[in-house]
Design a protein around this ligand. Structure first.
Ligand code: FES
Length: 537
């Protein structure tokens, strides 16, 4: 292909239809967009000198967001830098407990149908990383197809903070973010209609649930106040508007419903989760945790619902982890120690990195074997399990690392570094401290909990015992009292799609849920520092 001199590799790849993973939004700080110039490498810039090894720079490795093409070049784009591999995205799960499969309350359609032809409606979970849609046939509300894909806004940064930053740059930038997500949602609608055998004009209604930032960007609302304290959303009420107004070319009179929100970082996805799990009906104290970049924490106790959002950071998505990657082909997703180390790799291919669930597994196994201290320090000299201890070594800078899989040829070893454990401690600590503060506000202890529900894509791929061992979810509950509830954001969006009663209930949940602000809670910092330590047993 031809590009103008000075074009970055990132821009050239985008023009070629390749999507490079840019966790830091192309600011040259994460080092994850590595590409290799086979020919025509430009001089390395400051960010590349900082983030890449000198040998790698000599071998032609550069950062796609920084390197500018100045001569005829040949480039190799490694799988770890691309978004092209299908991600492991949770759409539906075998393990979803029944509460999220029930019938929506008081089902009365909140829109009209057309006699004598097919009628469909589509619900969406608009995630920061992924978009998942489900098409249902009306009036039965029977599911016909599910489709998932990447939220193309990831090209502007991995987390909501970078998206807010980008949207605040200019009206055009905010518009670009909105068009990116609307375009991708329209594509998902086409895929769903292909599978279900319908046409655009058969779609009578749409519903959307996402975190507060995603919903704001979708609706074109101002996000500037989400960038600073007190993180006040421009709007928290639900939106019920013509679908066309939001940019969706479906039936001319189709409606779009966007779920109501609770606060700056507790959005419609949390409302949808409370709705779908019927948390308000739970008899005992029940905690729901959605583990992701933002860990959403919801507690139902004593007739009240409390909700908070803990900034866990992107460690569970594989960012800021040396060999971290998303849950895509080549990612080690599961690690088991049964006398020796066994790893399971997504796609059954050779391992090229590890994703969040493997991070939890390996930390738990190392803690059990005494090779990892409660403080988070790897102990090369300690521990009982010889096969694991043999894998502990130091790299050439003197940093301790644990070998998960040997490399081969061009493929480097997959390792877990000491600093990766620190990132895991930050992520786990934020959620654990958040849970502690929410329980405290309700006047409860972890031992008062009767049930814990784990929601969301990532949560469904982790093992309960390991999550408990590292302190990510409260200990002391028996196995059967910790349940996976799957993508409750999508389930709740579906209920709100097809039921006027569910919409009323969602609006009541948003109004009555107590929003616990962790960032301003005076106890949060000390709780966080304490929660950074792994539990002793
Ligand atoms: S360094 Fe290029 S995207 Fe982060």
């Amino acid at each position: 292909m031809w590009v103008l001199p000075g074009t970055t590799v990132l821009e050239a790849a985008t023009q070629a239809g390749l999507r490079i993973d840019t966790p830091c939004g192309g600011s040259g700080t994460c080092g994850k967009c590595r590409v290799r110039f086979v020919r025509g490498a430009p001089d390395a810039g400051d960010a590349e000198v900082d983030l890449l090894d000198p040998e790698d720079i000599d071998a032609g490795w550069r950062l796609a967001c920084q390197a500018r093409i100045s001569a005829s070049s040949i480039l190799a784009l490694p799988g770890t830098s691309l978004f092209d591999d299908p991600l492991q995205i949770l759409t539906e799960s075998e393990q979803i407990v029944e509460i999220s499969r029930g019938e929506p309350p008081h089902r009365r359609l909140p829109f009209s149908l057309v006699e004598g032809r097919a009628n469909y409606a589509v619900a969406f979970d608009v995630g920061t990383t992924t978009l998942v849609g489900e098409i249902v046939e009306l009036p039965s509300a029977r599911e016909r197809a599910v489709a998932a894909g990447i939220n193309p806004q990831v090209s502007f940064g991995d987390d909501v903070v970078s998206r807010i930053g980008r949207a605040c740059q200019s009206t055009a930038a905010a518009q670009e973010l909105r068009q990116a997500v609307v375009g991708a949602l329209n594509q998902r609608i086409d895929e769903l209609l292909d599978q279900a055998g319908g046409r655009r004009e058969d779609v009578r209604a749409l519903s959307f649930s996402g975190n507060t930032t995603m919903q704001h960007l979708l609706c074109g609302w101002d996000v500037s106040n989400l960038a600073h304290l007190p993180f006040a959303p421009a709007q928290v009420e639900a939106l019920d508007a013509p679908a066309e107004e939001l940019g969706f070319a479906v039936a001319a009179d189709a409606r779009a419903y966007v779920l109501p929100m609770i606060g700056g970082f507790v959005g419609g996805d949390t409302v949808a989760g409370i709705l779908a799990t019927r948390l308000f009906d739970e008899a005992g104290a029940t905690l729901m945790i959605d583990i992701g970049t933002n860990g959403e924490i919801v507690l139902a106790a004593g007739g009240r619902i409390y909700a908070a959002s803990a900034a866990a950071g992107p460690a569970f998505e594989g960012a800021r982890i040396a060999c971290g990657m998303r849950a895509a082909a080549g990612a080690i997703e599961k690690v088991i120690f049964d006398g020796d180390l066994r790893v399971s790799v997504i796609g059954g291919v050779s391992p090229i990195g590890l994703c969040g669930s493997a991070l939890v597994d390996i930390a738990a196994e190392l803690l059990r074997c005494g090779l990892l201290e409660a403080t988070g320090r790897l102990r090369p000299a300690g521990g009982l399990c010889e096969p694991l201890r043999r894998r502990l070594r130091t790299d050439k800078t003197g940093e301790a690392e644990f070998l998960l899989a040997d490399g081969e040829g061009d493929r480097p070893d997959v390792v877990l570094k000491q600093r990766d454990i620190r990132e895991l401690q930050l992520a786990t600590g934020a959620i654990r401290a958040g849970v502690g503060i929410v329980l405290h506000q309700a006047g409860l202890q972890p031992s008062d909990l009767s049930r814990v529900l784990i929601a969301g894509g990532f949560g469904s791929f982790i093992r309960r015992s390991n999550a408990q061992r590292i302190g990510l979810i409260p200990t002391g509950l028996s196995h059967e009292n910790v349940s996976y509830v799957g993508n409750v954001s999508l389930h709740g969006a579906k209920w709100a799609l097809v039921s006027a009663g569910a919409r009323a209930q969602a609006e009541r949940i948003a109004r009555e849920t107590k929003h616990v602000e962790l960032s301003t809670d005076p106890n949060f910092q000390s709780a966080f520092a304490e929660a950074m330590l792994f539990p002793e047993t």
